[in-house]
Design a protein around this ligand. Sequence first.
Ligand code: ATP
Ligand code: MG
Length: 872
Amino acid sequence: MTSQEVRAQFLNFFKGKEHKIVPSAPMVIKDDPTLMFTNAGMNQFKEFFLGNSEAKSKRVADTQKCLRVSGKHNDLEEVGKDTYHHTMFEMLGNWSFGDYFKKEAIEWAWELLTETYKIDKDSLYVSVFEGSDDADKLEMDKEAFELWKGIVPEERIIMGNKKDNFWEMGDQGPCGPCSEIHVDIRSKEEKEKIPGATLVNQDHPEVVEIWNLVFMQYNRKADGSLESLPEKHVDTGMGFERLCMVLQGVKSNYDTDVFTPLIREIETITGHKYGKNEDVDIAIRVVADHARAVSFAIADGQLPSNNGAGYVIRRILRRAIRYGFTFLDTSKPFMYQLVKVLGETMGKSFPELKEQYQLIENVIKEEENSFLSTLEQGLVLLDSIIASSKDKTISGGKAFELYDTFGFPIDLTSLILEEKGLKLDKEGFDKALQEQKDRSRAASEISKEDWTILTSDSDQEFIGYDSLETEVKIVKYRKVSTKKDGDQYQLVFNLTPFYAEGGGQVGDKGYLEAPNGDVTYIIDTKRENNEIVHFSETLPKSISETFKASVDKRQRWRTASNHTATHLLHQALREVLGTHVEQKGSAVHSKYLRFDFSHFSKLSVKELRDVENFVNARIEGHLPLEENRNIPIKQALADGAMALFGEKYGDTVRTIRFGQSIELCGGTHVENTADIWHFKIVSEGAVAAGIRRIEAITSDAVKKFYFENNRMLYEIKDLLNNAQDPVKAVQNIQEENTALRKQVEQLSKDKAKGLKNELVAELKDINGIQFLAKKVNLDAAAIKDISFEMGGQISNLFLLLGADKDGKALLSCYISKDLVSNKGLNAGQIVRELGKFIQGGGGGQPFFATAGGKNPSGIEEAFEHAKRLVVE
Ligand code: ATP
Ligand code: MG
């Protein structure tokens, strides 16, 4: 059965059980402060489990792109070393939101595996939560146990502890017991030797968990206590690649048709064969897996970068590059060549891979290039560390520096050291790493109190598209504390005009006014689990009152201007540069907007001007906002609305139209493009291979910009004695300046020539040495010039020149090469000695050296000392 068929059968099966099939949510999460990447199928349904929104369909199934490389689930270091963990994988899942519970979940899972997929019943084991005797005092999941007993022999049911069989969303939130299904794919002989039941959950590569059925029945509160959920839910997750392994009768996920095309390509590119040498095999698996994960992330709009989610992606890619570099002898970019194969194998189910193939390839190639050169630099540095080390051990601090500033991986460091017979102080390294982790953890630690609920009326309607002011009640509030922001309060209202940060647009600011006039400032608005949360630094005194909630109108207007301008800019870029331009990121602030897009070269001055003119023509065209709040996504797309890769859209969407620009968008906009006033690009540059960034301003920021420029122009004119034509005046000054500089240069040359002749005349012959020590009024460069000129002209020269420049002493010593070799004189050494007299130091080469010091009055003494040297 091909992997395509495996996927299709899963979805079909649950369709047959009245499930709605939904698309995978993006793997990169953009609007959730608690999570960077989707790490389980349930992430996109969190709000239903928390009871913040109601699911439209109570039964849902899908395949979800997951990435487990950070936070609670981090499998990165396992990947490649074993054969069944990936960074990115697909999780097949079925859900019940307050609908069916354990019985159906268990029976259907069994039916699918044994009847549809026809997996041998005797190779399956299931686990059930055994209960806990800690503070929670949880009972064993008898219900699941009884259900399973009706299906499988009792000896195939394994009791699992809290770690494996009790699932929690986080420190707080929904949780409950789970039942896992494991499969034993060992040979008959192996099975006879060791019973499969003893290998479940023992990290055996051929006895692996494939499916986890979670039964959510509790809610964990901030104080750690559990309460029963009013509605019970089912959340299941099955590893797609592992399922393919079982159904295709192979022993490793990497031997399924999901990975073999990639592996064949890696073999062709590198000339290494898979299956001959363990180190090479690991490297090939790492490369195949990571190429997939990184490509999906880029397709979802997450480029490698230096922080946050981008840094995680960069680290995955670098891990693969390094494995290639060390074990596959790849010293040139090669991974980008896998993108094409990936598009061919997975492009059918995930068209984003195919459509963005060129961009993904470019980004990966550039990352490879830059990391390979970092690796080379690191190698040079490591060599010098090795050369300068006194004993056979390299300190952990040095290794950490390499790791931290060059991204030079520690296992590579220790491998190289090992090859050279040196040792690494691994403990010291671990300590330095831990300290760094502690520092960043402390900085990002958040503590949240439980919500205090004031009223159960929790419609939480957003009315901010239509009004900026309304009467509100506070539904609930809590205190949150972070190192960065200190104590803050989060407030949820029954309805709100405040726009919550999202879709690249910042959250609204404003204030709450109590009936007695007391004001509480709202400093930010964010969405958490589909609730609109308002942030304040203080709590209103009379919390149960009705407040007047007002959005800061000016900030909103500026932000809306920038958002509408962003749409116009997007349209302009596609018009001026071509339809290959895709939005790759956007940030709409009140003071400026930033827009990242795919395009392969720098924009010319003309292109920039054309883009600006295009946008401004639409501003001057007074185009009205045409908003459609609730239309089916199919219709919106048919109307020509632009959807973004990696964005999650519902069945119905909101469209924003200004003239010919139509976008799917949840942001706030001006009523008419004329409200933007004017649009001005302030910068254009590259952010990655094939991705450009434009920053621009609108509304009163443009006014300020022109005022500021105008003020500067007046100042310049003033400096130019109110010249009529300041440009001409500056050109004149520049010309004059060039002529003057030439004159000065000539004069200095003449002066130096005169001085040189004087110095030559003053030379004294001491023991065959042409000696002179003298103070001159020249700078270091001129002294050097004159010394070298005299050296070229006079043999056996010992010239010591001193200067007193702005209270600092300078000594410069020139010794002819013949003196250096015949008499063993060394300017470097001499200068070092003389440095003492001027309270300083210096050095250089045997024939020319200089010293600087803070005591000019010592120059004469230094001269005396030098003369004694020569006489002796
Ligand atoms: P494991 O113990 O094998 O790491 P898990 O307990 O972390 O699995 P769950 O969080 O229950 O797994 O995820 C549900 C299913 O997703 C698992 O049964 C497994 O089939 C699959 N899965 C989990 N992690 C990975 C991974 N890193 N790569 C591939 N599949 C995975
Ligand atoms: Mg795991």
